[in-house]
Design a protein around this ligand. Structure first.
Ligand code: G
Ligand code: G
Ligand code: MN
Length: 427
């Protein structure tokens, strides 16, 4: 087996002290080893194939802090190695490095993350010392991120019967996430998101209990509870002079309920909300199944003046078809095309073309998953209307909203001063 240990001495203590380079080319390995040494890595192991890497990892004590994995290798290639690691117990942070096209390298990164492996970076070779150092510096953030997911999670403990009781007992709460004008940062509306906390046991993940409700015939009851709370809240905000549009998620499964349109109209009327203050977000992916009844409901909602948003746009199967036959007023681009799009050309092109198409169709556009200043600035450049995401605010209980809105000018000021000259956020 061609593996060896190289060591460097006398350099300032680096964030990475040991790593394993997996690459079939000796020239590439030598280059990598020299670069890593220059960055102060003391212990560098080498393997010439995926299989060698696995043997080495099984014997090394302690494990290296990092793997740098090439993709094209004879025998077990880098993708197979990553799949293998994903099935095993080892969780060593990775850097994926290859001379192949960026979309392939990034796709392997996504694959590795989906397998639960920590990935520091996906890079095109030859690697520069600067790029490698920047990737090394991510390791601290990885630790912080994995520590922060250790929240109490009651998800595995819930049953359909418990969910039914929670709905009837009014235990399904709602949180609100701001949707802001991308040019000015001014809040325009909120998305309404259901939350379920079990006393003393923590939160149940929304995607889990929504799916449970859909499977168990509880989604209509849950949606009624969410809509009633949200409309009452919007009415209260109205009386405080805070006019926010509210966006309610509708599962396609409730769209075959013949009384739905009348129920929504009655709720809005009761709370003196104009239909133009209410947006209904429909996930595009599962609409196809129930097209017949759903179209009637959606057309009637639009007839009454409610906004219709196509949610998670880009992730479904026949999204263009949905757009061509449903009178949507808003297109919500899925976060997988938003966050990180400034660094990934494919995402950026898809994002821009979705925005261009939406504007030609006279739809307002919302980007989900705005997590960084770079995401925000790209959306400004691409001409998106509204943004939603962790950079702006996490979903919050209604009582926190007035304070968040009061603090927003100061937050925008901070964001603006962090922005690069010439790309500043406009107000
Ligand atoms: O915060 P987030 O994890 O809340 O929500 C997870 C998923 O659950 C999202 O896709 C969101 O659209 C969906 N969701 C949240 N609240 C509701 C709701 O009231 N009704 C429906 N149908 N989906 C919801
Ligand atoms: O469109 P949908 O209803 O699926 O979107 C709402 C979901 O997105 C909720 O689960 C919400 O908590 C989540 N979400 C909101 N902002 C962000 C963000 O910036 N990043 C990520 N990863 N998720 C977000
Ligand atoms: Mn939504």
């Amino acid at each position: 087996m061609e593996s060896g240990i190289s060591s460097a001495g006398g350099v300032a203590v680096p964030p990475i002290a040991s790593l394993l380079v997996v690459d079939d080319s000796r020239v590439q390995r030598n280059h990598m080893v020299a670069t890593c040494r220059a960055l102060g890595v003391e212990l560098i192991h080498e393997a010439a194939s995926g299989a060698e890497a696995l043997v080495l990892l099984a014997s090394l004590q302690p494990l290296p802090q990092l793997l740098i994995v090439d993709l094209e290798m004879p025998g077990m290639d880098g993708i197979e190695l990553i799949e293998h690691l994903g099935r095993g117990p080892l969780r060593v942070p990775l850097i994926v490095a290859s001379t192949r096209e960026t979309i392939l390298i990034e796709s392997v990164q996504t694959m590795a993350r989906n397998l639960g492996l920590p990935v520091l970076a996906a890079m095109r070779k030859p690697l520069t010392p600067g790029a490698l150092q920047a990737a090394f510096d991510q390791i601290g953030q990885l630790d912080a991120a994995s520590a922060s997911v250790a929240i109490p999670d009651a998800t595995s403990k819930v049953s359909a019967a418990a969910l039914a009781r929670a709905i009837v007992g009014g235990e399904i709460a709602v949180h609100y996430q701001p949707k802001v004008d991308i040019r000015t940062g001014i809040v325009r509306g909120v998305e309404v998101l259901a939350r379920w906390n079990l006393v003393g046991m923590g939160a149940v993940r929304p995607d889990h209990f929504i799916a449970l409700a859909e499977r168990e015939g509880l989604i209509l009851a849950l949606t009624r509870s969410v809509m009633a709370q949200a409309m009452e809240q919007a009415a209260l905000w109205n009386t405080m002079g805070l006019k926010l549009s509210i966006a309610i998620n509708l599962s396609p499964l409730v769209l075959d309920q013949p009384t739905l349109v009348d129920e929504i109209c009655a709720l809005a009327r009761r709370h003196h909300l104009g239909a133009d203050q209410v947006v209904l977000e429909i996930t595009e992916s599962s609409l196809v199944d129930c097209m017949g009844a759903a179209l009637g409901v959606l057309n009637r909602l639009r007839l009454h003046g409610f906004g219709l948003s196509i949610d998670d746009y880009g992730t479904g199967f026949s999204s263009m078809q949905q757009l061509s036959r449903i009178p949507f007023t808003e297109l919500k681009i899925d976060r997988s095309f938003v966050h990180g799009a400034c660094e990934r050309n494919h995402l950026r092109v898809i994002l821009q073309s979705a925005l261009d198409m939406a504007h030609q169709l006279d739809l307002s556009t919302v980007a989900e998953g705005v997590e960084t200043l770079a995401d925000w600035q790209l959306l400004q450049e691409c001409g998106c209307d509204l943004g939603q995401g962790y950079l702006i605010a996490r979903p919050m209980p209604a009582k926190e909203m007035p304070r968040w809105i009061r603090q927003q000018p100061a937050r925008l000021w901070t964001l603006r001063s962090a922005a690069l000259p010439g790309l500043g956020l406009q107000t």
